[in-house]
Design a protein around this ligand. Structure first.
Ligand code: NAD
Length: 420
């Protein structure tokens, strides 16, 4: 079969490592025929990996918006602050699109984008990768099968490993509400999306959370602004940047964290980037303002109670979930790829392992791309995450942030009305 032709807009970490890698692994499925990326080194890296000629390389999405589509499908993997303008412009130019999450950074923008896709009759798939990951598909299947009985309570934890939190939410792209957006949107819109997918409609929510650890006052005044400036607590600090990034480089030279720091994947290249770039900053001297932990308490239709905890101080990356039903309790551990089902009637425990699929997000990136490619070939049934579907969970994230800041619970029906 001929591969589906695609345009890549934003050839950064996601563009290159997730979507570019899919096309390299699956040359019969997808082929990138054009790239749009302002950073010269990143544009050249992507163009070289996908053999894209010079006349199909562009610096900004505006350069391709005013001309006929260069391919039927386009992936928009720019940062969230660019999503509104680029998505509206490129949908209008005639592209079917896979758009990175979050859709955008305000409720109004999310609704505007979803409406534009519908009015124009365009496919707009949102990159909620976890709906396509074997682990979360299996988790949903267990619940839908009814073997837990009626679900009474859900305890859902998004545990971020300590260095990932510091990388993305203290030093990196999502460390301030102005650059990225509220944490509950930029990190947990996947979790809220899964909760809607599995459990249905949220009726009411409240939230609390704060930034407590990554603040100036957490360490003495003598601590320098950069780890590379002779920090006296370097040996003791888990966040000492040279150790964090040289360890990542050793573990996996293609690590997303190293790729964000520098394209020079040598120890010397990493150290040079840390001396001047944002990822060498002391975690207590950065400009971060997003929370480092947050809890959202929700009531779903039918009176189901759900708590979502996000925290960035975990020893290991991965969600842990406990679901109690009238017939059984389910314990799910994403990092171990394991489920335990404890049956109330028989007292037996069933252990199920669901190994991750190929590629990032436990196979979610691969499934997402297969669904997008399938839709471009005419079968839209595999697309589980349309923009309209994703708006539901995005609005919950904005409402949770409002609840956290105001300290008041939010009625979701009233909230939806107020932003529509
Ligand atoms: N689906 C997921 O699980 C997941 C995981 C991580 C990140 N993300 C999301 O993916 C998006 C990209 O994140 P990333 O980590 O790849 O960021 P990144 O900074 O590595 O990549 C973004 C790229 O967009 C480019 N860009 C900026 N302006 C542009 C323009 N006008 N036209 C074209 N390109 C432009 C930048 O130069 C950069 O290379 C973000 O919205 C992020 O929240 C999603």
């Amino acid at each position: 079969m001929r591969p589906v032709e695609l345009v890549m807009v934003g050839a950064g970490n996601r563009g290159y490592l997730a979507y570019g890698a899919f096309a390299e692994r699956n040359p019969d499925e997808a082929k990138f025929v054009a790239v749009v990326e302002p950073d010269d080194a990143r544009r050249a890296r992507f163009a070289s990996a996908h053999r894209i000629p010079a006349d199909r390389q562009f610096r900004a999405w505006e350069d391709i918006a005013g001309r006929p589509p260069l391919a039927p499908g386009l992936i928009n993997a720019t940062l969230e602050r660019t999503h509104r303008a680029s998505t509206l412009g490129l949908l209008a130019a005639g592209y079917e699109m896979l758009l990175e999450k979050p859709i955008a950074t305000t409720p109004a923008e999310c609704l505007e984008i979803a409406a534009a896709a519908e009015t124009g009759g365009r496919l707009l798939q949102i990159a909620h990768v976890l709906r396509y990951a074997p682990f979360f598909v299996a988790l949903r299947d267990i619940i839908v099968s009814g073997r837990l009985g009626a679900i009474v309570s859900v305890d859902w934890r998004e545990n971020l490993i300590y260095w990932h939190f510091a990388h993305s939410y203290v030093r990196g792209n999502w460390s301030t509400a102005t650059r990225g957006g509220p944490m509950i949107l930029t990190k947990c819109c996947h979790d809220l999306d899964l909760l809607v997918w599995i459990f249905g409609r949220c009726e009411r929510l409240s939230s609390s959370g704060s930034l407590t650890h990554f603040v100036r006052e957490a360490v003495g005044a003598q601590i320098p602004d950069r780890c590379t400036d002779g920090c006296p607590i370097a040996d003791d600090c888990p966040y000492f940047a040279p150790r964090v990034y040289l360890d990542r480089l050793r573990e996996n030279p293609s690590s997303f964290a190293v790729a964000a720091v520098t394209s020079d994947r040598t120890p010397e290249g990493v150290m040079r980037a840390l001396e001047t770039g944002p990822y060498g900053r002391c975690v207590y001297r950065s400009d971060n303002d997003v929370v480092d932990h947050q809890v959202v308490l929700m009531r779903f239709a039918g009176g189901l109670s759900i708590s979502l905890t996000m925290q960035g101080s975990s020893h290991v990356e991965g969600r842990t979930v406990r679901i109690d039903g009238t017939r059984a309790t389910l314990l799910a551990n994403e990092s171990r790829a394991e489920f335990e089902i404890h049956d109330h009637r028989t007292g037996t425990v069933e252990r199920i392992t669901k190994p991750p699929g190929v590629g990032g997000h436990g196979g979610g990136d691969e499934g997402l791309m297969r669904a997008f490619v399938g839709a471009l070939r005419g079968d839209r049934a595999g697309v589980l995450t349309s923009a309209r579907e994703a708006v539901t969970s995005h609005l919950m994230a904005f409402a949770a942030e409002q609840a956290r800041v105001s300290g008041e619970a939010v009625d979701m029906d009233r909230y939806r009305e107020s932003v529509s």
